[in-house]
Design a protein around this ligand. Sequence first.
Ligand SMILES: [Zn+2]
Length: 136
Amino acid sequence: MTNYAAVPPEVAELSAALSQPRPIRRGTVNERRMKCGQANCACQRDPKARHGPYYMLTQAAGGKTRSRYVAAAQVPVLRRQIEAGRDFRQQVEAYWDACEHWADAELAAAQTAEGAEKKGSRRASEKRSGKNWRRS
Ligand SMILES: [Zn+2]
């Protein structure tokens, strides 16, 4: 009965956007400046003399947060991947919203069809028995 061929334009558009594969990543890239182990080094007293910057990629995986150092040259790539991941998440949310709109329309159509077929007593009795069953 349901005509899935009649995909709403919004859903079709979002679906097409989702099916464009690209490298995406969760997490964040942070810059760090560190003290070294040498007692006479300026970094021990002056925060501006700390070494670095060093870059860390931090990601949550299976309830744990993991960090690792990455090369400075990798940072622009990582930032692009993380940004693309954020876009992807928004697209997924938009896709969900559009599909639920579509689902609402389908549901409303089903109600109209039922109302036309079984108008009257059966609906009322179903409602009553359902209530009783839940309370007892
Ligand atoms: Zn130092």
